[in-house]
Ligand binder design. Sequence first.
Ligand code: KIV
Ligand code: NA
Length: 312
Amino acid sequence: PSRVTLRTIRKKYELGEPLTMVTAYDYPSAVHVRQEREAPCRRIALKMPIQTRPRMSYIIIVEAAGIDICLVGDSVAMVVHGHDTTLPIRLDEMLSHCQAVARGARRAFLVGDLPFGCYETDARDAVRSAVRMLKEGGMDAVKLEGGSPARVEAARAIVETGVAVMGHVGLTPQSVSVIGGFRPQAQVAEEALRVMDQAQALQRAGCFALVLECIPGPIAAAITRTVSVPTIGIGAGGECSGQVLVYHDLLGMMTHPHHAKVTPKFCKQYARVGDAIGAALQQYRREVEDRTFPGPRYSPYAISDREPGVEL
Ligand code: KIV
Ligand code: NA
């Protein structure tokens, strides 16, 4: 399957086609992310003159689009490790998640979040961490938060090293300590102007795309119009160049009403996977307790004269 590259992303952006991004933190979710959609490429294929139509199976593998960009987000700290913020996750832990995702993803463009504490001190530190995300983590690019002059310098240094950088402005969860909670940003004019300036500075530093998190739709739309790189929105309205959601949030992993980790307001739940998991585990427990599992159906090994251990 042909991989999504910066050129693919650029082309979609120039054609005005929405970019899709989702987080993933491990091998099975990355495999799911890579699942191809079949319908659109069928449509494309049928528009082609019959003699130039590639075989359908070929089209489905090569042309079909799954999710464009897969983000190994530091949100892993919250949705997988159970922390209350993204701050505790370390670079070596991020690298382990990146490696697992890289083993599962075949097609998506892979972006790894630089975690809190591994890029703020100086640009050399930032470059060192970014290089590890590619060399050890198997990522195609990194993402860093914030648009202060120091962050813009870090982004520039990383890009100059040869590592593509995605910016991230608006609500930047790694700054929760100074923001004072996960709250929407840029709701007053002064703050909105600052976020717009930051977005432009990051673009000038060479960022190939910008995440806009939790800002009013009109501000995100204005940024999208004024920068010449794609904007990827989350809680930022419908006029960004693309959208991103957190895997566990969009799947509805945390569906128990009393659970402390709530799905954010801007997140649409496309499934209630948590309910399905809970029901399956309960049924398993019941069947073990009343001895209906494994039963004859799942007790495949008989005593026989066959050579042991030939197949499962
Ligand atoms: O870590 C993350 O999941 C993110 C996205 C919300 C953009 O940074
Ligand atoms: Na993040």
